[in-house]
Design a protein around this ligand. Structure first.
Ligand SMILES: NC(=O)C1=CN([C@@H]2O[C@H](COP(=O)(O)OP(=O)(O)OC[C@H]3O[C@@H](n4cnc5c(N)ncnc54)[C@H](O)[C@@H]3O)[C@@H](O)[C@H]2O)C=CC1
Ligand SMILES: C[N+](C)(C)CC(=O)CC(=O)[O-]
Length: 472
């Protein structure tokens, strides 16, 4: 049964949660008293639709329904997960939790997006305090996987399972603390940046350059400790601390001091920020950010590292293991086209068609039992010939499928016909691909193992009644 999320507060973060849940196949009900909420949420949804599916090499589940409802009770009554994302004011959040708990199911998970409040503060005066926990996300919630979870162990363990299912990276904190873990870092960096601007040392643009051309790039892949372990050289972490530990005693940092946010300082920051980024609207900046994040996370996927390894594991979960119904056309690829597959002509680059044919052949190989274990045993298929015909264009964000027909599959020969189709079912391109079964030891062609040729024969028989694809 389709699960339901209730989002209370549909601003920057609530909208991001709504998109994350809906694109993971959940129905979403949003309550927000702002008459502009519907427009704002639909803009976040549009951003999410063009970016989140591009992180995946497989199709996402069908999108859930998203609706704005007139009362908080309408949103929460049936919900499996309720996410409070109202302004960062404790009295507002208390009122909301009281209303949530008088209408919601007893087994509903009730998370708060709070950036700084501890669960014990959120729970003050609540009907069932232990049910309220912190689920702190990062903007944009539909792309960044981290969620800091703080609260009752059993409840946050249940929350952890749900978040993993929707492709996120829950991080359970051992103890509650103001501003959790990640925002403690962000606050330290923010405080130092304010000083640097106030003291006229650097502008907003120079500070951003200091981050994005240097340690910011490192942090996205290894974080703080692994990066510094490497920086310690062969002598390692202890040596690193010995060398740089004393800096904390030197005047490198103003960490304990907070600059006063005077009108002058706010004006200085705002005008520097306008000079730096004012040429773009916020929506344009969001799209630039999202495209960059998708490209960076896709690179990490190729390395199976960090956030990329998480995405690969999520793809495996989404793909499932069950055999398709072989009496129907075989779908070997179902996915969205990522932005980094497109080129200066504004459409998918020709090299990526080769990628899709290769992915389709790999999927077909797994279906006939020529899977990873079979390849490890010393046998595989090599492509000997491909003929691609381009018939239409394909753009970033398009959802496409590859339908693969087995034209020939006897002995060592395997001939496949792939049709790349867009979401309207139109053929974008076709490929006639000829493969030979090989021994990876001799590098010569040979007949496949009996279980592979038998499976191939049974699929060809199951497909016999289907019409032959056009132009094959
Ligand atoms: N903006 C950010 O970068 C991040 C914010 N957060 C947290 O997320 C929460 C929401 O922040 P944003 O989305 O940035 O704020 P926002 O101002 O964009 O959105 C808040 C929304 O709550 C609505 N609202 C006000 N009173 C309400 C009520 N009684 N019931 C339901 N909705 C109500 C407002 O109309 C508004 O649409 C805060 O607790 C914040 O600390 C967490 C991570 C990052
Ligand atoms: C600025 N902030 C404290 C609201 C930031 C966050 O809470 C997380 C984020 O997305 O940076």
């Amino acid at each position: 049964m389709t699960k339901t999320a209730a989002i209370i507060g549909g601003g920057v973060i609530g909208g991001g949660w709504a998109a994350r849940f809906a694109l993971s196949g959940w129905n979403v009900a949003i309550f927000d008293p702002d008459p502009e909420a519907e427009r704002k949420v639909s803009e976040v949804m549009a951003n999410a639709r063009r970016s989140l599916p591009a992180l995946s090499e497989v199709a996402l589940p069908p999108e859930g329904q998203v609706k704005i409802v007139p009362t908080l009770a309408d949103a929460v009554t049936e919900a499996d997960w309720i996410q409070e994302s109202a302004p960062e004011r404790l009295e507002i959040k208390h009122k909301i939790f009281a209303e949530i708990q008088s209408h919601c199911r007893k087994d509903a998970l009730i998370g708060s997006s709070t950036s700084g409040f501890k669960p014990s503060e959120l729970q003050q005066g609540a009907l069932r305090p232990g049910e309220i926990f912190v689920a702190h996300p990062f903007n944009p919630v539909y792309l960044l996987p981290l969620i800091e979870l703080v609260g009752d162990d059993a409840t946050t363990t249940r929350a952890q399972e749900v978040l993993t299912e929707i492709g996120m990276k829950p991080l359970k904190l051992r103890k509650e603390i103001d501003a959790h873990v990640a925002d403690r870092f962000l606050e330290a960096v923010w405080r130092e940046a304010l000083w640097l601007i106030k003291d006229g040392i650097a502008t907003t643009e120079e500070i951003d350059d200091a981050i994005r051309f240097g340690f910011g790039l490192r942090w996205g892949q290894m974080g703080l400790f692994e990066t510094y372990r490497v920086a310690g050289g062969e002598a390692g972490m202890a040596h690193f601390i010995e060398q740089f530990g004393p800096c904390l005693q030197w005047p490198w940092t103003k960490l304990m001091d907070v600059p006063e946010l005077t009108d002058d300082l706010v004006q200085k920051i705002a005008s520097q920020s306008d000079a730096q980024s004012g040429a773009h609207t916020i929506r344009e900046l969001e799209r630039i950010r999202d495209d960059n994040l998708v490209s960076m996370m896709r690179s990490l996927k190729g390395r199976d590292w960090g956030a990329g390894a998480l995405l690969n594991a999520h793809d495996t979960r989404l793909e499932g293991k069950a055999d398709p119904d072989f009496t129907k056309p075989i779908i070997t690829v179902a996915r969205a086209i990522p932005i980094d597959w497109t080129d200066y002509n504004g459409h998918m680059n020709e090299s990526r068609y080769g990628q899709l044919w290769s992915d389709a052949a790999d999927a077909l190989m797994r279906m006939i039992g020529a899977d990873d274990a079979y390849i490890k045993s010393g046998f595989s298929y090599f492509t000997a010939d491909t003929h691609t015909k381009f018939r239409n264009e394909c753009h970033a964000g398009d959802t496409v499928t590859v339908v693969t027909t087995i034209l020939e599959g006897a002995g060592k020969k395997l001939r496949l016909f792939h049709e790349l189709k867009n979401s309207a079912g139109d053929v974008v391109a076709t490929c006639n691909q000829f493969l030979l079964h090989v021994s990876l030891e001799t590098r010569k062609s040979c007949d496949p193992a009996a279980h592979v040729s038998d499976k191939l024969a049974s699929i060809i028989a199951a497909q016999a009644a289907l019409p032959k694809p056009e132009h094959s």
